[in-house]
Structures are given as structure tokens and as C-alpha cells.
Write a protein that binds this ligand. Structure first.
Ligand SMILES: Cc1ncc(COP(=O)(O)O)c(C=O)c1O
Length: 315
């Protein structure tokens, strides 16, 4: 796959086009990345199915009571992020999957933000599809992974057509290979796959230690940022990866980003490809500091000092 986006599009198109019909429901959550919204909207339009959205709590968690209430016999697919890229919330993915499977739904988990930050045990989650991107796991851009339950993949039509995905081509008719080859038309991104393999071999053995270190940074950064006057943290779920989304009174997130950049600190600003979530909070966007295993407590300190300086400039 080129990344999580292509993986989700493949499932929406190949599984959705074959299995969804008018009256069926596709259950998402309000904190999804656009990559896990738009492919479902498009397939809903094409099949007559309906997109249903689980609300989030003020702390930025998926409202599990509402989620349970929205699941019903019409729910044919449930798609949700393992971890919110905008807020850092870690969703109870195994529990959500269990609930979705109880009504017979197919479950896709968008694992873009989880694979780099903690160990993911896909069979234990019990989902049907799991997608993530190479560049979020310290690998290259333009490559990613879609895992699918073999019996579902085998029953799905191909995604694209051409070389490599065929068994036999004849002008009288063409036959296709089994999964996964039938989903891999054309020359694959060989160099990208090798590089992603190397990145995963590097990151997988250090996942537990990285997670522990990142949680220390998260706790320290949360405490420091909470102490800054006029700074509001958006997304305060008890279980988070080391991501802090925030706003400062009187300053646009882009201003915060520019001021921090001048101090050599790179953060992300904007809607984080989560426009519906931003709308839910009545925000145009947030500033978002993200930590990885290579960050240090000294850098948390620099962030807090730089933010205090930015706050004063914007006041
Ligand atoms: C949660 C989540 N899902 C999906 C995507 C899309 O990933 P890609 O653009 O690599 O396909 C992202 C990228 O930021 C993401 O954070």
C-alpha cells in the first residue's frame, strides 16, 4: 500500500462496494482523520449506505455508551482510529472491536498513530483490517501496510488491474491471483518495502522502552503546559500517546507554530486533517506538540520556556 489512506480506500472500495447496500450503516467516530472518513462517505454515496458518527466526550474520548447504542443489526462496518492523531487519545480498540463483532460488523482499525508508539497485537484486537503508514513508523513516505483477515481478502475483488495481480490473461478473459497478490497490481515499491522493513526491525524491539519514555515526557510536558496562563489543552483522555494539542488565548495556532519555529522547535498546527473534530470543539485548529523516543526532558523544558515567551508576545 502507499499508506493508510490507500489501505482504507482499498477496503472501502473492494469490501464496501461488494457488501454494502441501501440501509446499511457505516459506524465511524468523531475523532477520525479525513483518511478514515472520506472513503466511507464516498462508498456510502455509491451504495446507498449511511455514515453514522459516534460522538466524543469533552475529554476527547470516544463515547462508549453512545457507541454501544449506535451499534445495531444494520451496522455492517465499524472503522475507527486506534489512536487519535489530533488529540493523542488511545481508543479501547479491543473493547470497541468486541462490541462491533457482537452485531456482526466488519471492523477496520486505522493504526497510523499507534504502531510507532506501542506494541500492537492485531490478532488480540480481533479486528478484520488494520492499516498504518511507513512514515509514521520511522520508515519512508509512500508505503504502508494493510493487514486483512485472509477469508475476507480472498472474497474481495481486486483493487487495481494490470501486471502481477493476474493468473492468466487472454482476450477471451482474465483470471486473478489470490490475495494478497491480487491487490498488488504493477511493480511494487520495492525499495520502500525494504526500507520500511528496516525501520520496523529497528523500532519494534524498543517499543516498550520507547512507550515508557514517551509517557514520562507526556506527564512532564502536560504539567508544564498546564501551568502556562491562557493555555488550554484539547484532549485530556486518561490514556494518551505523547501528543499534546493546545491553544493559547489571543493567538492563532499558526502564530504559535511560527514563534516556536524561531526557537528551533517544530510543532504541527492546523486542523490535523480532522476538520469534523475541530468543528466539534468550535476550533479552527490547534497547536500540537508530539514526542517520540528521541526527545528529552530538556526539550520539554525548552518547549515550555518558548511557549511562555510566545504567550507574552501574543498577549
Ligand atoms: C490517524 C491517521 N490516519 C490516517 C492518516 C493518513 O496517513 P497517510 O497520509 O500516510 O496515508 C494519518 C496521517 O496523518 C493519521 O494520522
Amino acid at each position: 500500500m502507499r499508506g493508510a489512506t490507500e489501505g482504507i480506500n482499498l477496503v472501502a472500495e473492494c469490501w464496501g462496494r461488494t457488501n454494502l447496500k441501501a440501509g446499511d450503516e457505516i459506524l465511524l467516530t468523531h475523532l477520525e482523520h479525513h483518511a478514515n472518513i472520506v472513503p466511507w462517505q464516498v462508498i456510502a454515496e455509491r451504495t446507498g449506505a449511511k455514515v453514522v458518527v459516534t460522538p466524543v466526550t469533552p475529554r476527547g474520548e470516544v463515547d462508549l455508551v453512545a457507541f454501544k447504542g449506535l451499534l445495531n443489526a444494520r451496522t455492517k462496518v465499524v472503522a475507527f482510529a486506534h489512536v487519535s492523531n489530533a488529540l493523542g487519545t488511545v481508543n479501547p480498540a479491543a473493547e470497541m472491536t468486541r462490541l462491533a463483532k457482537a452485531v456482526g460488523a466488519v471492523v477496520l482499525i486505522d493504526g497510523c498513530q499507534s504502531a510507532a508508539h506501542f506494541k500492537v497485537d492485531v490478532p488480540a484486537l480481533g479486528c478484520d483490517f488494520y492499516a498504518f503508514s511507513g512514515h509514521k513508523t520511522f520508515g519512508p513516505t509512500g508505503i504502508g501496510v494493510l493487514w486483512g483477515r485472509p477469508e475476507l481478502l480472498d472474497a474481495m475483488p481486486p483493487y487495481q488491474f494490470g501486471g502481477d495481480m493476474i493468473r492468466k490473461v487472454d482476450f477471451a478473459g482474465t483470471t486473478f491471483r489470490e490475495a494478497p497478490e491480487r491487490f498488488e497490481a504493477g511493480t511494487p515499491d520495492i525499495s520502500g518495502a525494504i526500507a520500511l522493513g528496516v525501520a520496523l526491525e529497528y523500532v519494534m524491539p524498543i517499543q516498550a522502552a520507547a512507550h515508557a519514555h514517551e509517557q514520562t515526557l507526556l506527564a512532564a510536558a502536560t504539567e508544564r503546559l498546564q501551568a502556562i496562563k491562557g493555555l488550554t489543552i484539547v484532549g485530556e483522555a486518561p490514556e494518551k500517546v505523547a501528543v499534546i494539542s493546545f491553544n493559547i488565548d489571543g493567538g492563532h495556532p499558526h502564530d504559535i507554530g511560527t514563534l516556536l519555529d524561531a526557537d528551533g522547535i517544530a510543532i504541527r498546527t492546523g486542523h490535523h486533517c480532522c476538520m469534523p473534530l475541530m468543528k466539534h470543539y468550535g476550533l479552527s485548529g490547534t497547536a500540537r506538540a508530539s514526542f517520540a523516543f528521541y526527545n528529552t526532558l530538556e526539550e520539554v523544558d525548552r518547549l515550555a520556556v518558548s511557549l511562555e515567551k510566545a504567550r507574552k508576545m501574543m498577549a
